[in-house]
Write a protein that binds this ligand. Structure first.
Ligand SMILES: C[S@@+](CC[C@H](N)C(=O)[O-])C[C@H]1O[C@@H](n2cnc3c(N)ncnc32)[C@H](O)[C@@H]1O
Length: 251
């Protein structure tokens, strides 16, 4: 795997991000309805302060802003954050953008809810990095705050296989093709990507933590979080090969 750091993949993809992952507002609303109904339960949010960690262009940040939450959207990509700021201004919603690398920068604040959705948690991580990110997110959770994180799960993604090939093309003539090779022992997939667009063809790679169910559960508990619940397809969470994990900070 050489010196693959993963950062170059996101740098390269940034300019094509909205073609690669067009915002699906209806789906985003379904995800938030699901989280607020099942994750929060009978808890009534008071401060309505939420951190959207690895927000990208902020589909959850904007949708929560529309629902009256004050959102801090954290991402390392300045151009995606710029797009998000402009969209928030146009909508008149309370979204602040924070440029940070969540692998290396400590996070500040005290939030009633911390989200890391869209299978961002685990990007460029192994077990130890994933644990450090859980700790960073725990450190910005107010007492009894809710953490919601979506992550690919090994059982669903790698049932009986060790390698997956995926291609996504978009109408303007670009594409991302990925070869995913799973290291079952380390619970890490190595993602070898070719990004084509704007007359260029670039190769990039990153790794992604794809834990087994008991690994993820243990990491959340080891970080001192409780009430860990996992929702997957059959429980209504919309992504086929990923699950939503929810956990609470201590009171
Ligand atoms: C899958 S996308 C965002 C998904 C978004 N949460 C959603 O649900 O639509 C992953 C995002 O993570 C950001 N990212 C990747 N590594 C990061 C890091 N180390 N620190 C901060 N942001 C990072 C990328 O810039 C990208 O915007």
């Amino acid at each position: 795997m050489g010196t693959c750091t993963g950062l170059r993949y996101f740098e390269l993809l940034s300019e094509f991000y909205m073609a690669y992952r067009p915002t699906d507002e209806e789906r985003t609303d379904r995800e938030l309805d699901f989280i607020l109904a099942r994750g929060v339960g009978d808890w009534s949010p008071r401060t309505r302060l939420v951190a959207d960690v690895m927000s990208g262009p902020g589909r959850h940040a904007l949708a929560l802003g529309r629902r009256g939450w004050s959102v801090d959207a954290i991402d390392m990509d300045a151009s995606l954050l710029g797009r998000l700021s402009r969209a928030a201004d146009d909508l008149g919603v309370a979204v602040r953008t924070i440029k940070a690398n969540v692998d290396t920068d400590s996070l500040q604040g005290s939030y009633e809810m911390v989200l890391c959705l869209g299978t961002s948690f685990g990007i460029n991580a192994g077990r130890a990095d994933a644990f450090r990110l859980i700790e960073r997110m725990r450190d910005i959770m107010a007492p009894a705050a809710l953490l919601c994180t979506e992550i690919f799960c090994a059982e669903a993604r790698y049932a009986g296989v060790t390698q997956l090939d995926k291609v996504r093309a978009w109408p303007a003539g670009g594409s991302v093709s990925k070869r995913l090779v799973w290291d079952a022992r380390a619970e890490v997939e190595h993602v070898l990507a070719t990004i084509t667009g704007a007359g260029r063809r670039d190769r990039a790679c990153y790794r992604q933590f794809v834990p087994r169910r008991d690994t993820m559960s243990a990491l959340l508990r080891d970080a001192g979080l409780s009430e860990v619940r996992r929702y997957a397809g059959q429980d209504g969470w919309p992504t086929g090969d990923a699950a939503l994990w929810t956990a609470r900070a201590p009171d």
